[in-house]
Ligand binder design. Sequence first.
Ligand code: CAA
Length: 260
Amino acid sequence: MTFQSLILEENGPILIVTINRPEALNALNKMVFDELEMVFRDELPKMQQIRGVIITGSGEKAFVAGADIKEFANFGAEQATALSLRGQGVLFLIENCHVPVIAAVNGFALGGGCELAMACHMRIAGAKAKFGQPEVNLGLTPGYAGTQRLIQLVGKTFGIELLLTARIIDAEEAFRIGLVNKVVEQGQEVATAMEILNVIAQKAPIAIAKTIHCINTFYNKEKDGFYEEAVQFGLCTETEDFKEGTTAFIEKRKADFKNK
Ligand code: CAA
């Protein structure tokens, strides 16, 4: 499958998805969302060999500088609400992906770019990365769930300040407030994300998928996450990988998981 605004590259069990619109600082337009949806909804479930995904931006300047402002500048309420729901839907696909997704943030992650990074399960920031939700400068609220996920990730104290002031923060501050997992030397974001995903790739894939599902349930107001965890814990015992994991422990050897 070929894409126009994404570059897909497999490196062992890891899929690297690069948003490739450097001329627009990788801003999220309709095509980027359509293609991200194809990857996360259609392609990944078929790619049984993939154990983790990295999302990054092309060029040296930006991860993603936001939603494409030029695309929605003339929108009215109905179109803008639809755009917001569409973007949120694609980000939900990423958040609910059965394999872990890490944002390798190589530069500006503003507005929709910060929101995309926040929908990923982890964020690795290069030393020159910058984060922010500048929508109020444009007369807008965030549209791709920035008001929800920023508060989830950093709490209301820091989240409300960043959302109301539109202040852009550097990678170290993002780390201090809990927005990113790690700050690494500029250019090492993808390699660091790869190291983490290669560790996770050694674990039981079904247990990994169920753990992501249980964590996401914490934020689902209609579900009881504690009960959901108990159910998923029970379902794990019916997998071959559970038998393999416990047998390997007892036999003092490394488990060889089969994703079954
Ligand atoms: N949408 C569309 N085009 C964008 C863009 C965006 N979000 N961000 C940058 N670009 C384009 C610029 O228009 C410019 O294109 P031209 O060369 O054709 O003029 C090109 O990318 C390079 O950008 P700059 O010349 O502005 O680069 P800079 O180094 O001077 O500034 C920047 C970098 C500070 C990131 C600046 O580009 C900027 O402020 N970008 C917009 C950031 C922003 O407001 N993001 C939020 C968007 S709204 C949103 O995301 C809503 C939502 O939640 C759904």
